[in-house]
Design a protein around this ligand. Structure first.
Ligand code: DQA
Length: 146
């Protein structure tokens, strides 16, 4: 049976493709989900692709992943910069965590430069556009094989 990876997306990412396409690109979240699922079937990772604009829902999914997933890919969006609750939840998860940002948060406003999640993440990908999700899938694959 394929190993499961949770791909968790935070607030406003449901509007990907519509919201500031000059920053986040033209692809929709459904496009990204399809790419993750397709790549997952090539490398034997079963993708559970999730999005919520509610912090508690994200915390609940991280708790579910404790029993259900070998790794987590998370774009916490604005919660990256504010959420100790998401950091605490990730600290209860034993497998690899890769943090993804579509834009390069370090090239943007100063308040985006710090991410609480980064202190738990095993890897951080920022500024690679939506390709960052594919890179994260490959990294999770490598880490769960080793
Ligand atoms: C983001 C960057 C965050 O600063 C922002 O709040 C987002 C998306 C990104 O993917 O580049 O919503 O996480």
């Amino acid at each position: 049976m394929d190993k499961r990876v949770y791909v968790i997306n935070g607030p406003n990412l449901n509007l990907l493709g519509v919201r500031q396409p000059e920053v986040y690109g033209p692809e929709t979240l459904a496009d990204v989900e399809k790419q993750c699922v397709d790549l997952g079937s090539d490398i034997n990772l079963d993708v559970r692709f999730l999005q919520s604009s509610h912090e508690g829902a994200i915390v609940d999914w991280i708790h579910e992943a404790r029993e259900d997933a070998v790794g987590i890919i998370i774009n916490p969006a604005a919660y990256s910069h504010t959420s100790v609750a998401i950091l605490d939840a990730l600290n209860t998860f034993d497998g690899p965590v890769i943090e993804v940002h579509i834009s390069n948060i370090h090239k943007r406003e100063e308040f985006r430069h710090h991410s609480f999640v980064s202190s738990r993440a095993d890897g951080v990908i920022a500024g690679c556009g939506t390709q960052g999700y594919m890179l994260a899938m490959q990294r999770i694959d490598r880490l769960v094989r080793s």
